[in-house]
Design a protein around this ligand. Structure first.
Ligand code: GCO
Length: 254
């Protein structure tokens, strides 16, 4: 069977209703996986379900706010009970606040760190506990960022959370390798998503992105999806603890 095939696999994608998460879900479906999409917005989830189901794969959707970290284990248990075991976990959901560091509120700091980092750790724990007890291999893919390596002014909580994603990816990869659980990350460059809509709408910023990116353009969610198929498939079984940057060359010139 094609080593890049996801046939017979089930993937849980957080933030799978739009942007990079939806791009990953669509590529996974094309590769043969069934999907579980988790996000806050029920209407957007239903729309995403329709888009992904058009490939012929099965899609379940769950409306859930990952800021409620204490409820993550129970939500994960419910998904397993409803849909069966999850083979691939994509920790994509994230949020951002932008502004001068001295003006960032404690509430915004806590929200970004909780959703972007703490929830990733807690959901990965739930996934790993189930795989360790059932002795089944699994794949975890975290979504990092250019800000895992570089920083730009105005996104301090986000950058710190994404630096944490780089390290939590390595930490969990090292501990869970013996159980056959691969943990990797993808670091997107500037991608045309809702999260970045304010930046795309800023002609000066968008021109900077195009000038600063060797390929001279913004990326698309599907660019991330194809890299995720590699990390979700048997083709990457000897890859763990890595961050793959899909950024049009942005970091290479850093
Ligand atoms: C920003 C963006 C970031 C980047 C991402 C690139 O404000 O700089 O919103 O989220 O898009 O970090 O990897």
């Amino acid at each position: 069977m094609n080593k890049f095939s996801l046939t017979g696999k089930k993937a849980l994608v957080t933030g799978g209703n739009r942007g990079i998460g939806l791009g990953i879900a669509q590529e996974f479906a094309q590769a043969g996986a069934d999907l579980v999409l988790l996000a806050r917005d029920q209407a957007a989830l239903e729309e995403a379900r329709g888009q992904v189901e058009s490939t012929g794969r099965r899609v379940a959707v769950y409306s859930f706010d990952l800021n409620n970290v204490e409820e993550i284990p129970g939500m994960y248990a419910q998904i397993i009970q409803d849909s069966g075991a999850i083979d691939i976990l994509v920790n994509n959901a994230g949020t951002i606040c932008r502004g001068p560091a001295e003006e960032i509120s404690l509430e915004d700091w806590n929200l970004v760190m909780t959703v972007n980092l703490t929830a990733v750790f807690v959901l990965s724990q739930a996934f790993a506990r189930e795989h360790i007890s059932s002795k089944r291999p699994g794949k975890i893919i975290n979504i990092a960022s250019l800000m895992s390596e570089a920083v730009r002014p105005g996104v301090s909580p986000y950058a710190v959370s994404k630096a944490g994603i780089k390290q939590v990816t390595k930490a969990l990869a090292v501990e869970w390798a013996e159980y056959g659980i691969n943990v990797n990350a993808i670091g997107p460059g500037y991608i045309r998503t809702d999260l970045n809509q304010p930046l795309q709408d800023d002609p000066e910023f968008s021109a900077w992105v195009e000038q600063r990116t060797p390929q001279g353009k913004w990326g698309m969610p599907g660019d991330i999806g194809s890299a995720a198929v590699f990390l979700a498939s048997g083709a990457s079984d000897f890859v763990t603890g890595q961050v793959i940057y899909v950024d049009g060359g942005w970091l290479a010139t850093f």
